[in-house]
Design a protein around this ligand. Structure first.
Ligand SMILES: Cc1cc2nc3c(=O)[nH]c(=O)nc-3n(C[C@H](O)[C@H](O)[C@H](O)COP(=O)(O)OP(=O)(O)OC[C@H]3O[C@@H](n4cnc5c(N)ncnc54)[C@H](O)[C@@H]3O)c2cc1C
Length: 222
């Protein structure tokens, strides 16, 4: 079943990431970490579906998405850049493999942090942040989504690694096996992983080499 919803607000949270807040259809249900297929309710774009993760909590009376845009491609996110308050989106099926199962380490690449935004907001609302840790890989510091919020929430359990820029308090390079060994808590019950396919492939192979069993890895490719 699909739902047409109006945009309540649309703002940049980084140079290329939008925070889109929409109405919430009555009785709409999802869990933190899940996503929905979304299209733009504009002639020619209604059937161009793209997956975006809910970054709002399910008990709110609105829906929030946090969306990295690709203005250089004639795709859906370029269309989103043209939208304003009152324009409409179509929400399609809700789905997703990521859900909180227990304490662990969250490893995100770029917009792959979106399911973890929802989960950390859920943990914060329920006083369950505990010793959960976030390793966040980006190209440059300007790409880090909600850096100040994560820093405030997680303190030393918020680790940044940048591949294209050397910056204070951030590791430099790509996530390697040695980096994971150094930064992953011993025996973390769960490893949550989300990011673009090349990053997922690399990190999954590091996790195998570190003898992390598949059943302790919760993941979704973007
Ligand atoms: C379950 C799930 C949840 C997701 N949640 C979010 C979210 O919350 N926020 C978010 O920002 N993204 C999310 N994504 C990713 C998002 O769906 C894609 O980035 C989106 O489809 C881009 O749409 P587009 O029409 O602008 O790009 P398109 O042009 O349709 O490109 C779609 C995909 O094709 C690939 N691609 C096409 N052309 C190129 C190129 N020239 N160079 C490199 N790659 C290329 C990329 O992988 C890109 O993501 C999610 C994906 C999945 C599967």
């Amino acid at each position: 079943m699909s739902h047409i919803v109006k945009i309540k607000s649309i703002d940049h949270v980084t140079h290329d990431v939008l925070q889109v807040v929409t109405e919430k259809p009555a009785g709409y249900v999802y869990t933190p970490g899940q996503a929905t297929d979304v299209s733009v309710n504009k002639p020619g774009w209604e059937n161009e579906l793209r997956a975006f993760t809910f970054t709002s909590l399910p008990d709110k009376d609105y829906i929030e998405f946090t969306i990295k845009t690709y203005p250089e491609r004639d795709g859906v996110t370029n269309q989103l850049l043209q939208l304003k308050h009152g324009d409409e989106l179509i929400l399609h099926d809700v789905f997703g493999d990521i859900a909180y199962k227990g304490e662990g380490v969250f490893i995100a690449g770029g917009a792959g942090v979106t399911p973890f935004i929802a989960i950390f907001r859920y943990l914060q609302a329920n006083n369950q942040v505990g010793n959960n840790k976030l390793i966040f890989a980006n190209k440059t510091r300007a790409d880090i989504i909600h850096e100040a919020d994560f820093k405030r929430l997680l303190g030393k359990n918020f680790i940044n690694i940048l591949s294209h820029e050397q910056a204070e308090d951030c590791a430099y390079g790509y996530i390697s096996e040695a980096f994971l060994k150094e930064n992953m808590p011993e025996n973390a019950p769960y490893v949550y992983l989300c990011g673009p396919p090349p990053m997922m492939d690399a990190v999954e192979s590091h996790l195998k080499n570190l003898d992390i069993p598949d059943e302790r890895v919760v993941k979704e490719g973007f």
